[in-house]
Structures are given as structure tokens and as C-alpha cells.
Design a protein around this ligand. Structure first.
Ligand code: NAD
Ligand code: ZN
Ligand code: ZN
Length: 362
């Protein structure tokens, strides 16, 4: 089968003929129908690094074409969406319902002694995040897959696995936003827009979005922001405190650079929470004044993958989309072929492009 292989740091994405093993144990063979280009795969390919060669791609939707002998949760013919959340289902965190912080995520992978899932010219190829969606087919542990209705279109389905779980999950699961509360979304990118959708589903009364580009803020309004603030031209802290009448209940930081996160802290009202999602550099973080935090009873929380339970939440977001309550179509800016990943990532630099999705695997 064809897969787009990243052979080393800065070496881009090159289509090669590779071998995919037959499914064993809990593995599922998926014919990939759509694969989203998330920034973090580009980061792995350009500066983070890891094992090479590797097949990246972690926003995957596809059709189940084969199952290992121990698979019980999906069947041939199912439409599935993958997630990078890897969980064992048996550790104390999994048993407590917090599969996103599983203590044994590696249990979803083959052991070093076993034959590799992917090989190229007889040598092993790493599989990005247990998914490897930049390929015609993928071999994925059943715990990383959720079944979605057949009528769910492939391209928006693929986005659910990362950007939607993260953005909407931060609001609905991590923060548990309630009706009538106020929400601030800092950073109107693809993930931030899903936070706006989540805030609408939660019944937030005030949804303020801040960004530094007017085009992004126009899009935020179309997604349901009640107020937008360009933080290049307006002090976002003053603006949020005025709009919310003293400070916000929930502030979600999708940017993650120190001055911006510090602004987020100062936007909080009494009892408010600041949620850290974006990481804009190695020194991302925030100073917390104990006196201000305790007198205002405020909290700061790091959020991994929107505190999502993928088996519950992926079908939930698909349902919200099919009911017209979650806008994913406007996030699919462009559909490309498997050999167009480098150009696809280049086009993300243009501010009007939200997400690029591979839908042609021929
Ligand atoms: N925590 C997690 O589990 C998790 C999962 C997925 C993604 N992420 C992270 O979420 C972040 C957002 O992802 P994305 O795909 O939406 O990125 P994106 O680049 O599309 O969006 C970021 C937005 O922030 C805006 N921005 C930049 N500087 C700003 C400033 N000073 N003030 C206000 N806005 C500013 C940009 O204009 C852009 O619209 C990334 O850092 C990504 O790595 C985290
Ligand atoms: Zn991602
Ligand atoms: Zn576990």
C-alpha cells in the first residue's frame, strides 16, 4: 500500500510503497478515507523529531476492512474515527473514567519483540501516535477507534479525532461549562473554533473570542462568538472585564505564549478557571499570585485532549454535527491528495485556511 513517509527531520512527506502487517490481537485494519493535517505532525517532522522513518497523520477517519482475533468493539464495514488517546482500559485512571491520562498507553502498541505494523524495504517504519493516517491503510488498536454513523461525511469526521476532542472537550469536559456562564477563547484557530461550538452546546451566555487577525475574528462570529476582540488594537483584559462585568468564568488559552497566558489570568472573575491548551514555545506557562488566586478562588488547569473519553465523545460530536449543532464543514478549507502534504502544510500559513484534509488516496 502507499503511505507518505517522513524519513528524517525536515525531510518532508514522500509517498512510498510500504507493507502493512495483518491484524493481530486487538488490531483493526482501516482503509483510510480522510486524514487531517494537524500542526503537531508538522512539528514532529520539522523540529520535535522522534523515530524515523515514520508514517504520521493522527486525524483519521476510515472504513474497517479487517480485525484481529481479539477485537470486540468494531466490525468489518464500520465507519470509524481514530484518536491519539491511547489507553489500556485496566489501570486506575482508566477504571475511573479518565482514559486520557491512562498509565499504560503503550499497551495499545506492539512490543519491540513483535514484527512491526509497517515496514518499508524490509525495515521497520514507526507509526505516528499509534495511527499513521497519512496512508491508504492503517493498523490501529481498537481502543483508539470509535464508530460513527455511516451518514457522517469522511472529511469532517477526521477532524473530530484531534481538533474537536481538544477544543470542544476543553469546554464541555475539562471545564464543565454551565448554562449562563461566560467563556473566553484566546486564539481563533481551528481548535479554538471547536471551543466556541462547545460553548454554544453548553449554553454559555457570553462567548468572547480574542485573536490578532480580523479575518479569524470574523470567522469566530460565524461560529457563534457573542463578542470578538482584536488584541493588537484593543487591550483584551480590559475588554473582557467590561464585557463580562468584572471577569470571566472560564478562559481557554489556545495560544500558549507567556504574555498572552498572563492576560488570560487577569481576565478571570471570582471563582474563574484558566485552561492551558496551546503551547507556543518551550517556556510556555504562567505565574500565579497565591494571594490573588486564593482571594478570588481561582484555578489554573492544564488540558490534555479535552479530557475526552473517545468512545463516548467522538460519536457525540458526530451526532452534534449531523444535528446541525456543530460546524465542522467550515473548518475543512481544502481537500488534497496523499502526495500533496508538503504543499498542504504550506497553505496552512495563509490565515484563511483552517484545516486541510487528505481525501484522495489513489
Ligand atoms: N492540549 C492538547 O491536548 C492539544 C491538542 C491539540 C492541539 N493543541 C494546541 O492547541 C493550539 C491551537 O491549535 P490550532 O490548530 O487552533 O492553532 P492555530 O495556529 O490554527 O490557531 C492559533 C490562533 O492564535 C492566534 N494568535 C496568535 N497570537 C495571538 C495572540 N497574541 N493573541 C490572540 N491570538 C493569537 C492566531 O492568529 C491563530 O488564529 C496549538 O498550540 C496546538 O498545539 C493542544
Ligand atoms: Zn492534532
Ligand atoms: Zn489505562
Amino acid at each position: 500500500m502507499k503511505a507518505s513517509v517522513t524519513k528524517g527531520l525536515g525531510q518532508g512527506f514522500v509517498v512510498e510503497e510500504v507493507e502493512l502487517a495483518d491484524p493481530i490481537g486487538h488490531e483493526v485494519r482501516v482503509q483510510v478515507k480522510a486524514s487531517g493535517l494537524c500542526h503537531s505532525d508538522l512539528s514532529v517532522a520539522t523540529f520535535i523529531g522522534g523515530e524515523f522513518p515514520v508514517v504520521l497523520g493522527h486525524e483519521v477517519a476510515g472504513l474497517v476492512t479487517g480485525t484481529g482475533p481479539e477485537v470486540t468493539q468494531v466490525a468489518v464495514g464500520d465507519h470509524v474515527v481514530g484518536s491519539l488517546i491511547q489507553y489500556c482500559g485496566a489501570c486506575v485512571n482508566c477504571l475511573g473514567g479518565r482514559t486520557y491520562i491512562c498509565l499504560r498507553p503503550e499497551s495499545t502498541l506492539r512490543t519491540p519483540g513483535q514484527a512491526p505494523r509497517i515496514s518499508w524495504n524490509g525495515a521497520p517504519v514507526a507509526q505516528g501516535m499509534g495511527l499513521g493516517g497519512f496512508a491508504q491503510e492503517a493498523l490501529i488498536h481498537e481502543n483508539q477507534l470509535a464508530v460513527v454513523p455511516d451518514e457522517m461525511p469522511w472529511a469532517p469526521a477526521a477532524l473530530i479525532g484531534c481538533g474537536v476532542l481538544t477544543g470542544a472537550g476543553a469546554v464541555l469536559r475539562s471545564a464543565d461549562v454551565r448554562q449562563g456562564e461566560s467563556v473566553v477563547v484566546i486564539g481563533a484557530g481551528g481548535v479554538g473554533m471547536n471551543a466556541v461550538s462547545g460553548a454554544r452546546i453548553a449554553g454559555a451566555e457570553t462567548i468572547v473570542v480574542t485573536d490578532i487577525e480580523d479575518g479569524k475574528l470574523d470567522r469566530a462570529k460565524a461560529f457563534g462568538a457573542t463578542h470578538v476582540v482584536n488584541s493588537r488594537t484593543t487591550d483584551p483584559v480590559e475588554a473582557v472585564r467590561a464585557i463580562t462585568g468584572g471577569g470571566a468564568d472560564h478562559v481557554f488559552d489556545f495560544v500558549g505564549v507567556r504574555p498572552v497566558t498572563a492576560q488570560g489570568m487577569r481576565m478571570l472573575g471570582k471563582g474563574g478557571g484558566l485552561y492551558l491548551i496551546g503551547v507556543g514555545g518551550n517556556d510556555a506557562g504562567v505565574d500565579v499570585s497565591a494571594m490573588a488566586a486564593l482571594s478570588g478562588s481561582q484555578k489554573v488547569q492544564g488540558v490534555y485532549m479535552g479530557s475526552s473519553n473517545l468512545k463516548r465523545d467522538i460519536p457525540f460530536y458526530a451526532s452534534m454535527y449531523l444535528q446541525g449543532r456543530m460546524n465542522l464543514d467550515a473548518l475543512v478549507s481544502k481537500e488534497i491528495a496523499l502526495d500533496g502534504i508538503d504543499a498542504g502544510y504550506d497553505s496552512l500559513k495563509d490565515g484563511t485556511t483552517a484545516r486541510v484534509v487528505i481525501t484522495d488516496f489513489s
